[in-house]
Design a protein around this ligand. Structure first.
Ligand SMILES: [Zn+2]
Length: 167
């Protein structure tokens, strides 16, 4: 059973009580959060964010490599000035290699997928703290990010909901 009907029903309820239609586009708290797409992380709840407060950029791993475009837009056009990078324990990105996912895509989707996957870096990593350090450094070093930006990095523990800073 597809889940879409349930999503649409939930949206009806949400929209019926919606009272935040007049928020300005620029995030009120001038912060962009970069984190993993992991279903166990709710950045709004975990960080106390309301609608209109922040940009939340998500991808597999919460990786800077895919986020510089969004962060540059966030800063230059929408005025954010702080960046918070949050990777997490038990991340799916720790569980495979490029070879593994390329092989699986080729096996499940066929030759064309295999060829497409061969040219793609899926960016798995072996150490969460190290990936945070690398991404904080990559963001700070990007010419598209304002040099005065405070970039902070954390590991979120999916067992406790707690953030631990990465120095
Ligand atoms: Zn993850």
């Amino acid at each position: 059973m597809p889940v879409l009907p349930e999503l649409l029903a939930a949206n009806q309820t949400y929209a019926a009580g919606f009272a935040k239609g007049d928020l300005p586009m620029p995030p009120a708290r001038k912060v962009a959060v970069l984190t993993c797409m992991d279903a166990r992380i709710d950045p709004a709840k975990a960080l106390g964010l309301e609608e209109g407060d922040a940009h939340v950029i998500r991808n597999a791993g919460g990786l800077a490599a895919e986020a510089i475009r969004s962060l540059a837009i966030s800063q230059e056009l929408l005025g954010t000035r702080e960046i918070v990078v949050v990777h997490h324990t038990d991340c799916g990105m720790l569980t495979f290699t490029d070879e593994v996912i390329r092989g699986r895509l080729a096996a499940s989707l066929g030759e064309e997928a295999g060829a497409a996957a061969a040219g793609m870096a899926f960016l798995p990593f072996a150490d969460v703290e190290e990936s945070v350090r690398r991404d904080v450094a990559a963001i700070a070093a990007s010419p598209l990010i304002r040099p005065d930006t405070a970039v902070a990095g954390f590991v979120y523990d999916v067992k406790t909901g707690r953030l631990t800073p990465v120095e």
